[in-house]
Ligand binder design. Structure first.
Ligand SMILES: Nc1nc2c(ncn2[C@@H]2O[C@H](COP(=O)(O)OP(=O)(O)OP(=O)(O)O)[C@@H](O)[C@H]2O)c(=O)[nH]1
Length: 318
């Protein structure tokens, strides 16, 4: 079998060309150039498949490489057969080339729908642009939402710490301020005073003029307190008609003077109704080691004394 295959004793092709140099040149040059390029193309294809893991349909590239390589071999056989007559070998090469070619053609046609289904780079670019746009829109929505959440959180914080009637700090907030001030004063050995203010005979105001007038009076008193104090002082509504004022770095005498001023300011408030509005104020100055409850009780006791002493007065705790 191999003897037949490698039998080169058939008439060389050169005889058909009558050994004319011009014909020989055309055939040799054409076959040689084709054979060289048919050797280089498969190498390039294999290199490509080898270096790109993400290459889709890599099997077809390898099939192409084989197909082109065998085409090259048939041209080499054509060259050899100019001088020798290996026509069995050439025939076998052509048959092999034909089988690989038909296989490649078959596989390629089978792949066509799949290849067409792969989105084109223009389509991918368009999708990418759409995604980037959607991403920008989402970022914008996110930023808006975050701003809204921040705003709402601020509003809720204000709501949680503000007395809805008077718009000053509520009991929770003023106690929180006092707690902080207490810690600071103890730590840095600073003076700290508080005023507890209770409106006199407020029940009578409500009973005589109605709850709404009572509310208006509370609002006016809160305004008066805020206007009478420094911005560094904290004014809060402690209870119904009770107000707590925290005075950082303020000694007993300064606190007493402020309390007197407040008492006078409240007494000078005028309402449509002829009612002499007064208040009683207890002053407490922070003692060493004193906690918030003891501090407030001191001020409360002073208010109680002021009430018992006839109201409309300021009493300093002992
Ligand atoms: N209008 C109004 N009244 C309130 C509010 N909170 C508490 N009060 C009223 O304040 C009154 C407080 O009455 P009391 O504790 O007896 O004290 P008082 O009448 O001021 O008497 P003294 O404190 O002893 O001078 C009650 O009638 C409460 O209903 C409020 O938000 N608005």
């Amino acid at each position: 079998m191999l003897d037949v295959l490698f039998n080169g004793s058939f008439m060389p092709h050169g005889h058909c060309l009558l050994w004319r140099w011009d014909l020989l040149f055309l055939h040799v040059a054409g076959d040689a150039l084709t054979a060289i390029s048919y050797a280089l193309i498969p190498i390039a294809l294999i290199h490509l498949v080898h270096h790109r893991d993400d290459l889709k349909f890599d099997k077809i590239f390898l099939l192409f490489a084989g197909f082109i390589a065998f085409c090259g071999i048939t041209h080499v056989m054509g060259l050899i057969n100019i001088w020798h007559g290996y026509y069995y070998l050439e025939g076998l090469t052509k048959l092999t080339t034909g089988i690989i070619s038909i296989t490649t053609a078959f596989v390629l046609w089978k792949l066509v729908p799949k290849i067409l289904a792969v989105p084109s780079s223009a389509l991918l670019e368009q999708r990418n642009a759409e995604l980037l746009k959607a991403q920008d829109e989402l970022k914008e929505i996110n930023a808006t939402l975050e701003a809204k959440i921040e705003e709402r959180t601020r509003e809720l914080h204000v709501q949680a710490n503000t007395d809805p009637l008077t718009s000053i700090s509520n009991r929770r907030a003023i106690l929180c301020d006092l707690e902080k001030e207490l810690l600071r004063s103890h730590r840095y050995k600073l003076e700290c005073s508080i005023l507890m203010l209770d409106v006199d005979y407020f029940k009578q105001v409500n009973d005589t003029y109605g709850h709404q007038v009572g509310d208006e009076i509370l609002v006016k008193i809160a305004e008066t307190l805020v206007n009478s104090c420094r911005t560094t002082d904290n004014v809060g509504r402690y209870g119904g008609e009770e107000f707590l004022i925290v005075l950082p770095q303020t000694d007993k005498l300064q606190a007493y003077e402020l309390a007197e001023r407040i008492r006078i300011n409240v007494a000078s408030l005028t309402f449509v109704q002829k009612w002499e509005l007064t208040c009683s104020i207890g002053v407490a100055n922070l003692l060493p080691q004193q906690d918030i409850h003891q501090f407030i009780k001191q001020a409360d006791d002073a208010v109680y004394k002021a009430k018992n002493a006839g109201r409309n007065r300021v009493v300093c705790a002992d």
